[in-house]
Design a protein around this ligand. Structure first.
Ligand code: UDP
Ligand code: MN
Length: 248
């Protein structure tokens, strides 16, 4: 049977949340043998996400863990200051560690990215770690592993190219077995934004030689680090004043 894909998705409450989750779930409906682990950044499971998942027609697990206040980005902070979704991805890893299965692939899929269905088939038979380019990330058209003679020799990225594994979260998948063999491997808040990926792969004992280039030798973009524009709701207050009610 096809190896199962365990997709770990952190998500947080915002006006665009249901739209982003809807789009992602419609993509996942086309992917065979996938289990979606959705972790809310919240002290409890929200009714919105509960209802959404109940109707999403996918195999899923619903978890939650709140990011402590001191780790949350403030409105005034630059967005690279603090990493996002760390405790949530770790809750997903923890869930996986408790499953008896040892066969499968783990992929960290943020809720606002865009996924070509082909990327799931590229990762499906990952031996250790599969890698591929990511579009619209790092202030570039794309970032990518650099391939020489079929192996990863370095990184096409502007930001900190000297990171051991200079990849975005969306650019790699890991064989479940590696997590089972390295039960203490988790994302570390202190690794900092942009270093989470490299830090995790290092804990998993990965070497450059282990990396398996996918997407036609890393020549194709099959996932994009899209970001949903924040919707202004500034007329909601005005509606309340004008009509005595609004759509809140
Ligand atoms: N996220 C979260 N808590 C937050 C902010 C973000 O759980 O306070 C989630 C978010 O829903 C997404 C992932 O973490 O799945 C990455 O966040 P985001 O997409 O905002 O980061 P960026 O696109 O800037 O890397
Ligand atoms: Mn994002």
């Amino acid at each position: 049977s096809l190896p199962k894909i365990y997709l770990i998705t952190p998500t947080h409450t915002r006006p665009e949340q249901k739209a982003d989750l809807t789009r992602l779930s419609y993509t996942l409906r086309h992917v065979p043998n996938i289990h979606w682990i959705v972790i809310e950044d919240s002290p409890s499971k929200t009714v919105l996400v509960k209802k959404f998942l109940a109707g999403c027609k996918l195999s899923y697990t619903h978890l939650n863990v709140a990011t402590p206040e001191n780790y949350k980005l403030k409105e005034s902070d630059p967005n690279w200051l603090k990493p996002r979704g760390v405790l949530q991805r770790n809750a997903g890893i923890d869930w996986i560690q408790k499953q008896p299965q040892t066969k499968g692939v783990v992929y960290f899929a943020d809720d606002d990215n865009t996924y070509d269905l082909q990327v799931f088939e590229e990762m499906r038979f990952t031996v250790k770690v599969s890698v591929w380019p990511v579009g619209l990330v790092g202030y570039l058209w794309y970032e990518s592993p650099v391939i020489k003679n079929g192996k990863v020799s370095g990184w096409y990225t502007y930001w900190k190219p000297n990171r051991k594994f200079a990849m975005d979260m969306a650019g790699f998948a890991v064989n479940l077995r590696l997590f089972k063999e390295n039960p203490s491997a988790v994302f570390h808040m202190k690794a900092g934004r942009g270093n989470l990926e490299s830090d995790l792969l290092t804990q998993l004992g990965v070497t450059m030689d282990d990396l398996e280039p996918k997407a036609s030798g890393c020549t194709k973009v099959l996932v994009w680090h899209t970001r949903t524009e924040k919707s202004s709701l500034k007329n909601e207050d005005k509606m309340l004043k004008l009509y005595g009610y609004n759509s809140d």
